[in-house]
Every structure is written in structure tokens, then in C-alpha cells.
Design a binder for this molecule. Structure first.
Ligand SMILES: [Fe+2]
Length: 389
């Protein structure tokens, strides 16, 4: 009975997302379209809050953007924030500066943390002192948000979620279509200095988003179409991009792969690879992309016949004559990524299983719902690198 209630909840969320997620984002690519973006911003806004992290500042990636914005008579205030996971204090500090400088547009260049911070500043600017954490709490407001990702993985530019640590260091989410970026700017040059490990972890995260949303029970023709676009771009560009991050063609295609996966999972959601990955990653400090790809590799066979048709479709999209699991294993070998080698005792596994279950149920329309004892067993085996294939 409980499972029926969960599936009914997920069905209503799927219908609601059709109405909530109908905002059209404007996408601009490369140096050529930067002027176009700045021109479009200059028609509606006066002062841009250029939000960057210290690494972007060090490499001077924001200078060209600032110059071009100013060429179109926009005032610019550059704000450098820490690129660590954003906290409520960072959001309040950023908003104070945004308000004091009388800005009406946020242009964020960075990884997932900087983009989450930008979304939260937009939320606080709308809600002022009212709470913004939770589902659909953000009020309507006129502040524009431009997102320019510097990794190809999170897909944050396409999602309506921001994760922020509260005063007690607990991670909380803001979920609202009103924090979805209005404009997206992709520049492959921003990825050229990414370390190889960061680039591969991020790319595998994007791949996991595409696979999990493709097999999700919350998926639709449109989400699977975006997941398919993501997978096609991934298969042709991931390994080339890992080998040479300054190959702008591969980098742009990986940015797009991550974006399409983001468009897909923000509507169809992810699944156990993510909830288990978050629990394991948080407890053992494993990079997100690695935690989720190991969890995905393990969980796919556990779904069994429930994903048979979708898995076959993914194998066809990837053009492989081996199983999806074997393909993932070969990718990990090519990226020099070994199975996890953790020792997780029964109690710890149970704690992590409770966390994973809390994240999954009732929100994620996973192909198959597992009980907590099974999740604890899975977590122990993923941690010990024990896979079926
Ligand atoms: Fe992810």
C-alpha cells in the first residue's frame, strides 16, 4: 500500500512539472555569441553582479565578459566568493553586496557551488527575510540570472534546485522554477584548465544523470529525448575531452551533454545511484561523480527486468554490442578509476541506507523500490567494490 502511495505522489509530481517547468531558457555559445548575450541583457537590465570564484578570478576568465558587458553600456560589479559549498552566510553576504550595488542581474561563472550560490541570491532577493528553503517557496521577482558553467557535469544551469548549508551545516534545498537561470552562456575556454580527475568525475556525473533520468518512471518522451542527446554527445566526446581539456570542440559538446542531461533529470529526477552516491560521498569524502558512477554500475543489475527495455535503448544509443554495465566498467578503466575500497560496518551501512532512503522516497521515481535492509547491503558492497559484472 505504501508503495502505491509513493507512486501516486510521483505521478502528481510528474504532472506538476509539466506546468512548473515551461520556462524557456536562452542559450548562447562561445566567444561569438557573447556580444549577442550582452546586447540582450543591455535591453532589459542596468547593472550586472558578476559572481565568480577565486579560481576564475586567478585565470581572469571574467575579464572578457566584463569588457563586453561594459561595451553594451551595462555597469558591472565583480563579486568574488569562496568556491566551497555555499552556506546561508555566503548567500546573505552576496545578497547584501548585490543590493548595496543596486544590481538587477546576476551573471555567475563557476562550478556547481557558484551556480547554487547565484540561485540562492536570486531566491533571497525575492523573499527578503521570508524563508526560501523547500519546495516552491521563492516569490516572483525581476532579477535576471545568467549561468555560465565551468565544469561539464552538474547540469546546474538547467535545474531548479540549489543546495545550501544552513546555520547548523545541514544541507538544505531550494526547489523552485523561479531560480532556474534565464540565460545560459557556454564557453569551452572556461574548461581548459580543469584537472583531468575533475573533468572525468564531472563527465561521469552527467552520464549518470542521463542514464538515471532515462530509466526513471517519471520520464517522458521529452526527457528521454534530452537524455538521448546527452548520451550521444557523451559517447563521441567524453574520452577525447578527458585526454585534452583544451580541445574546444569536445569541451563544448561535453557542456551540451551535461546541459541536456540537466534538462532531463530536472523533470524526470535521478535515482538510487544519486541517493546512495550522496550518502557514500558525504561520509567518505568521495567526489560526487565517482560516488554516483560506482553506485550506478552496482544498482543497474539490481533493477533487473524493470529496466530491460530502457537499458536496451541506451545500449543502442551508445552503439555498443556489450552491456551498459560492461561499457561503464570499460570507461572507468580508461579513466584509471578503480572500484571503491572502503570498510563499512553494518551500523554505518544502515545509517547511510536511511539517508539514501530518505532522499529517494517519495521524490525519485526509481524503477524499483528497495527496502532499507537491501540498501544497507548494497551500500556495503558498493563501498567494498563488489559488483556483479
Ligand atoms: Fe549528480
Amino acid at each position: 500500500m505504501k508503495r502505491i502511495c509513493i507512486r501516486i505522489y510521483q505521478f502528481f509530481m510528474k504532472v506538476a512539472s509539466i506546468f512548473l517547468l515551461n520556462k524557456k531558457q536562452l542559450v548562447y555559445k562561445g566567444e561569438k555569441e557573447l556580444s549577442h548575450l550582452c546586447f540582450d541583457l543591455s535591453k532589459r537590465y542596468k547593472k550586472v553582479f558578476l559572481l565568480i570564484g577565486p579560481n576564475i578570478k586567478k585565470r581572469g576568465y571574467e575579464l572578457k565578459i566584463k569588457d563586453t558587458l561594459e561595451k553594451f553600456h551595462l555597469n558591472v560589479f565583480v563579486y568574488v566568493s569562496s568556491s566551497s559549498e555555499p552556506s546561508v552566510e555566503m548567500v546573505k553576504e552576496g545578497y547584501l553586496s548585490f543590493k548595496e550595488n543596486d544590481c538587477d542581474c546576476i551573471f555567475a561563472i563557476g562550478g556547481g557551488s557558484i551556480l547554487d550560490l547565484a540561485k540562492a541570491i536570486k531566491a533571497i532577493s525575492a523573499n527578503k527575510s521570508k524563508p526560501f528553503f523547500g519546495l516552491l517557496k521563492v516569490k516572483r521577482n525581476k532579477v535576471a540570472l545568467v549561468a555560465s558553467p565551468t565544469t561539464a557535469g552538474t547540469g546546474s544551469e538547467a535545474t531548479l534546485v540549489s543546495v545550501i548549508k544552513d546555520e547548523d551545516k545541514v544541507k538544505k534545498t531550494i526547489i523552485s522554477p523561479r531560480i532556474l537561470p534565464d540565460f545560459i552562456y557556454f564557453n569551452p575556454a572556461f574548461l581548459s584548465s580543469l584537472p583531468k580527475e575533475v573533468a572525468s568525475s564531472a563527465g561521469l556525473d552527467a552520464f549518470t544523470h542521463a542514464v538515471e533520468s532515462f530509466i526513471s518512471k517519471g520520464g517522458s518522451y521529452s526527457t528521454r529525448k534530452n537524455a538521448k542527446k546527452s548520451l550521444l554527445l557523451f559517447k563521441d566526446n567524453f574520452l577525447g575531452f578527458i585526454d585534452d581539456r583544451s580541445d574546444y570542440s569536445s569541451a563544448m559538446n561535453m557542456l551540451l551533454s551535461s546541459y541536456y542531461a540537466g534538462l532531463s533529470f530536472t523533470r524526470a529526477y535521478v535515482g538510487y545511484a544519486h541517493s546512495i552516491g550522496h550518502a557514500l560521498g558525504g561520509a567518505y569524502n568521495i567526489p560526487h561523480g565517482l560516488a554516483v558512477i560506482h553506485s550506478l554500475l552496482y544498482i543497474l543489475p539490481k533493477y533487473g527486468s524493470t529496466i530491460k527495455k530502457r537499458k536496451k535503448q541506451i545500449e543502442e544509443i551508445l552503439g555498443i554490442d556489450i552491456s551498459l554495465e560492461a561499457y561503464i566498467s570499460s570507461l572507468l578503466k580508461k579513466c584509471d578509476i578503480s572500484p571503491l575500497n572502503l570498510e563499512i560496518d553494518e551500523n554505518k551501512a544502515m545509517d547511510l541506507a536511511l539517508l539514501a532512503n530518505k532522499e529517494t522516497i517519495p521524490l525519485y521515481p526509481v524503477p524499483k523500490i528497495f527496502d532499507i535492509a537491501s540498501l544497507a547491503k548494497f551500500i556495503k558492497e558498493i563501498g567494498e567494490g563488489r559488483y556483479e559484472n
